[in-house]
Design a protein around this ligand. Structure first.
Ligand SMILES: NC(=O)c1ccc[n+]([C@@H]2O[C@H](COP(=O)([O-])OP(=O)(O)OC[C@H]3O[C@@H](n4cnc5c(N)ncnc54)[C@H](OP(=O)(O)O)[C@@H]3O)[C@@H](O)[C@H]2O)c1
Length: 365
């Protein structure tokens, strides 16, 4: 029987964030004697490492060991069984963006397995899945944290929870929630200088690795809509899904169905005039255009799209690919509580996951 002062860790996903998390876990496990942190399962989409008797997997060079493994990942129902039969408390770390894994959270939680994750899918899917997740956790006592699902490692979700739990009244949340959109608009419509052509900025962002392989996956606004769904629900709104409120897509209608991201980039310059007009209209008012999400809590309105901001506004003054999130509340009055900084990157995103793991450990061990 495993010791009560041992917590097992199962990791799904060892990509950009997963690798950084594993390195942070290795340091954490070496630093903290109790509870003993034991990696008992790790997988990517095709390979897995585990011992049927739940013995520890060596964290040293674990990603290379995983790459060399010939074992396939366990199907999710089998994984639930495997993890819940270990005799120790277990935390599942989901470092994927898989909807299937997200849909299985209630099963894991129902069996007492806690979850920490940067994956937005579970919390921005259907409202029913949201309810199932939190009722399964409540019933079993398992914990679920997802700080990095909004703003990567920035303390956005924990701050909102603290505001709500201590009885403040959140009236509005507004911000730039996408590193890609931040980079694009800070270079297309800077507060000083003229900025580049829209299509050239999109191409540059792709070359620098700031966009998804197909930039339309950033420009359709859905990623921002998912983050807004999560925050609106935490603020108390019953948002049905990320497509149940207005989301402005920056993909020209004519280019929605072109076959590839490369073809999209090739044809985008023909539509630069539309974005130039938007930029010029803002400039005429002494403003700049930015792609923002906002939640008007009292009016129960959520929206995502282009807005104009005075040059002195913190949203206009953002730099690089930073995120900024402003919480307007009764206690903070007319000066919002503002959180700003890198909203993407393996190390900072994994930091949010690791700090969630520490919160879970303090409650279950
Ligand atoms: N990167 C960031 O800056 C950032 C910021 C905030 C939030 N996030 C979130 O963090 C999560 C991970 O992002 P990432 O950048 O690390 O992605 P990534 O580099 O694409 O890595 C994803 C990992 O998950 C594995 N995977 C995917 N589907 C799986 C499945 N069904 N079963 C088992 N393993 C599966 C992949 O395996 P293969 O290698 O075999 O495909 C890969 O190891 C996502 O939810 C993302 O939205 C990322």
């Amino acid at each position: 029987m495993a010791s009560a002062r041992q917590v097992n860790i199962a990791v799904i996903g060892a990509g950009g964030v997963g690798k950084c998390f594993l390195s942070q876990l290795e340091q954490l496990a070496a630093r903290r004697a109790s509870p003993k942190l034991v990696l008992t399962y790790i997988c990517s989409s095709k390979k897995a490492l585990y011992n049927t008797d739940h013995l520890a997997i060596d964290l040293d060079n674990v990603t290379s060991t995983l790459a060399a493994s010939t074992a396939a990942p366990l199907p999710l129902p089998k994984l639930v069984e495997f993890l819940s039969s270990s005799g120790s408390k277990t935390v599942l770390v989901d470092n994927t963006s898989s909807e299937d894994i997200a849909a299985a959270y209630p099963k894991f939680l129902g069996q007492g397995i806690s979850i920490v994750t940067p994956n937005k899918k579970a919390f921005s899917g259907s409202f029913k899945l949201w309810q199932d997740i939190f009722s399964a956790a409540e019933q079993s006592g398992a914990k679920v944290y997802h700080e990095s699902s909004v703003g990567a490692g920035l303390p956005v979700i924990s701050t909102l929870k603290d505001l709500v739990d201590t009885g403040d009244e959140v009236t509005k949340i507004e911000g730039v929630f996408s590193g890609t959109m931040s980079f694009l608009f800070n270079s297309f419509a800077p507060t000083s200088g003229s900025g580049g052509q829209w299509s050239a900025e999109v191409k540059k962002a792709k070359e620098l690795g700031y966009t998804e392989p197909d930039p339309r996956d950033d420009l359709n606004g859905l990623d921002v809509a998912r983050k807004l769904t999560i925050l609106a629900r935490l603020a108390g709104l019953e948002i049905e899904s990320p497509t149940s409120f207005p989301v402005q897509s920056l993909i020209p209608k004519e280019l929605e169905s072109v076959a590839s991201g490369d073809e999209f980039l090739e044809k985008l310059p023909a539509f630069d005039a539309q974005m130039e007009e938007t930029k010029a209209a803002a400039e005429k008012e002494g403003k700049v255009v930015r792609f923002v999400g906002s939640i008007d809590v009292a009016a129960k309105q959520v929206k995502v799209g282009l807005e104009k901001f005075d040059l002195a506004h913190p949203i206009a003054a953002l730099k690089g690919s930073d995120n900024i999130i402003s919480f307007y509340t009764k206690r903070y009055g007319s000066n919002p509580l503002i959180i700003q900084g890198a909203g993407a990157g393996g190390d900072v995103t994994a930091m949010g996951v690791t700090s969630d793991l520490l919160k879970v450990l303090s409650q279950i061990s």
